[in-house]
Design a protein around this ligand. Sequence first.
Ligand SMILES: *Cc1c(COP(=O)(O)O)cnc(C)c1O
Length: 243
Amino acid sequence: MTSAREAAARRDELSANLQHVRERIRFACRAAGRLPEDVTLIVVTKFFPASDVEALCQLGVTDIGENRDQEASVKIAALSSEVRQRLHVHFIGQLQSNKAASLASYVDTVHSIDRVKLVRALDRAATAAGRDIGALVQVSLSGDSPGRGRGGVLPDGVAELAHSVAAAQHLTLRGVMAVAPLGVDPAKAFAQLATVAHGVRADHPAATWVSAGMSADLEAAVANGATHLRVGSAILGSRPLFG
Ligand SMILES: *Cc1c(COP(=O)(O)O)cnc(C)c1O
C-alpha cells in the first residue's frame, strides 16, 4: 500500500517535473515564434502505474501515451470513470494487427500506423467497437537502421499509406509521427519529417498533426513544427532498464 504521504510526495514530484517541461515548451515556442497553445503535450506513462495517471490528470494533463496494449488496457481499466472521461489516450508503440480489437476499446488515437494490413485491422476493430479512432502514419527517417529502427514506413511510402487511412471508414487521418533515429541530429530528422508532413497535408488538408519530440529533443521538434510532443522520463522519471 502506498501511504498518503508517499502519494503526496509523488504528486509534488510530478507537479514540479510537469512545470519544468511546460516551461521548456513555452521557451521553445517563443524561440520558434509559435504559440504554446498550438503544441499538445502527451505524457508517456508507460511503465508507470494508474495512480500516476490519476495524479497527472489532477495536475491538468489531458493526453497520455502508452506503447504496449497488455499494460495499457489494464491501466486504463483501473482509472476512475471521471479521469477516464477527461483523458485522450494515444497509442505510440509498435503494433500487431491481432491487438487491434483490444486497442479499439480504449484508444483515441494510434500514432504508429506503418502498414496497410494494420489500417484494415484497426478499421475493422473500430467498426466493431462502434468508435472512430484517430490515426497517424509513422515515418522512418533517414538514419533509421533496419531492424534497430522503431518502425515506420519510408518517406516514399507515406502517401499511399495516408490514402488508405483516409479511405478507412472509422479511422480519421490526423497526420504523421516519427522518432528521431539514434545518432542523428534530431533537428535534421524533424526537418525531414516536416517536409513529409507538408506532403501529406497537400493531399489531406485536415491531417495537421506532427507527432515528434521526446524528453531529450522536444526543443528541436517544436522548432520544426511539431504539434504533439510525447514526453515520458522528463516527467515521470527514468524507466526500469529491463522495460
Ligand atoms: C517512450 C516513448 C516516448 C517518450 O520517451 P522519453 O524519452 O521518456 O520522453 C516517446 N515516443 C515513443 C514512441 C516512445 O516509445
